[in-house]
Design a protein around this ligand. Structure first.
Ligand SMILES: Cc1cc2nc3c(=O)[nH]c(=O)nc-3n(C[C@H](O)[C@H](O)[C@H](O)COP(=O)(O)O)c2cc1C
Length: 366
């Protein structure tokens, strides 16, 4: 346990330990996207439970097409900034740092207060079905291919949201470039069929991601932590792989690093599983080998493998998702040698809301 639960520095932040709460959508904001007391209690619980860093759920960035789910929080106006300030203050008072995840839904669009029309790289829907625990939608709405003006507006939305997050007191920004949301869609040959300068070769598919990292960096200044979450698979297509394989992923890592990202957060089914055909390398090991950027790793981290992963990735933060939902005090339990529960998905049914979680906890005395 030693090194994992010792204080560390990450992108200049002083953290109590190397455990981070993974970003998890809870669709529990007020209907207008304002974070509320329920959310403040929720995030504070993970800080009290020992997580050195809390990463928030995916938060929308503009009043155009970025919102993807009903009751998703946003960070686009003063009221939402005020709501987040309370969350940030509560997490800080409990001794942890907090980074906001900024997300544009793109084609993975189930509900949006501002528009019924999803915008995405191309008029292509995600594979599979909409996520039942985020809404009642049973079919995807076909997105419209973004114009250059739409692309500029989406990047500007990320930049303004980042400035708002800094004003709310967040300790840093994580861009959601994983799991099939907009930035990931530009990288993906499933979603991106564009014939212009944003499609085709990976160097073209990277342009929106690079443009977003740069715009966010400009908005928050040189000394403020900015990172990006990256995956190959998506929420409805975990098997998707970049056609460019390991070399392509290395190209993405290098490009976002050179555009000004301080950290990369990899997520995969298993942190250290081989991620590319014909290679033993994981996403995380490619980032570690590339260097020049800090690392957060995610995917299947639990009480049995955290120590060996900490040795394999000696500088990385370990982001915990499902085990944290089941045990908001996961880190404290690990330190104390106490039992750690598995997540019972009934806790997130019929919807992944905090209210349903609390009802489940009451019924199960957990
Ligand atoms: C209820 C739920 C909501 C999630 N929401 C997000 C999200 O908003 N942003 C994101 O990047 N990943 C999201 N994820 C994925 C997790 O961050 C994490 O990558 C995944 O659960 C795998 O890690 P684990 O094995 O530790 O659970 C979500 C996962 C769950 C279970």
């Amino acid at each position: 346990m030693s090194n994992l639960t010792q204080p560390t520095t990450f992108t200049g932040m002083k953290l109590d330990n190397r455990f981070a709460l993974a970003p998890m959508t809870r669709t529990s904001a007020d209907p207008d996207g304002t974070p509320n007391g329920l959310m403040a209690d929720h995030y504070e619980a993970y800080a009290r439970g020992g997580f050195g860093l809390v990463i928030t759920e995916g938060t929308y960035t503009d009043e155009l097409a970025s919102q993807g789910y009903a009751n998703q929080p946003g960070i686009i106006n003063d009221q939402q900034i005020e709501g987040w300030k309370t969350v940030v203050d509560r997490v800080h008072a409990a001794g942890s740092k907090i980074v906001i995840q900024l997300m544009h839904a793109g084609a993975q669009f189930q509900a949006n207060r501002f528009t019924d029309q999803p915008l995405a790289p191309s008029a292509v829907s995600p594979k599979g079905q909409p996520l039942g625990f985020y809404g009642d939608q049973t079919a995807w709405t076909l997105p419209m291919a973004m114009t250059e003006e739409d692309i500029r507006a989406a990047i500007e939305g990320f930049a303004k949201a980042a400035a708002n997050a800094k004003a709310a007191g967040f300790d840093g920004i994580e861009l959601h470039g994983a799991n099939g949301y907009l930035l990931n869609q530009f990288l993906s040959t499933h979603f991106n069929h564009r014939k212009d300068g944003y499609g085709g070769a990976l160097a073209n598919r990277l342009k929106v991601v690079i443009g977003t990292v740069r715009a966010v960096r400009d908005a928050v200044g040189p000394d403020y932590p900015v990172g990006i979450r990256l995956s190959q698979g998506t929420v409805t297509d975990p098997e998707y792989r970049l056609p460019e394989g390991e070399d392509g992923f290395r190209q993405i890592v290098t490009a976002v690093r050179d555009a000004g990202a301080d950290f990369i957060h990899t997520t995969d089914g298993g942190v250290d599983q081989p991620a590319f055909e014909g290679s033993e390398h994981s996403l995380a090991s490619v980032v570690q080998e590339t260097g020049g950027v800090e690392l957060v790793i995610n995917g299947g981290i639990d009480e049995t493998n955290s120590q060996s992963l900490a040795q394999q990735f000696p500088q990385a933060l370990l982001a915990v998702g499902k085990k944290a939902l089941a045990n908001p005090d996961f880190v404290q339990r690990l330190k104390d040698g106490k039992a750690i529960a598995d997540l019972d998905f009934a806790m997130l049914q019929p919807k992944a809301t905090i209210t349903n979680e609390l009802a489940w906890r009451k019924a199960n005395a957990a």
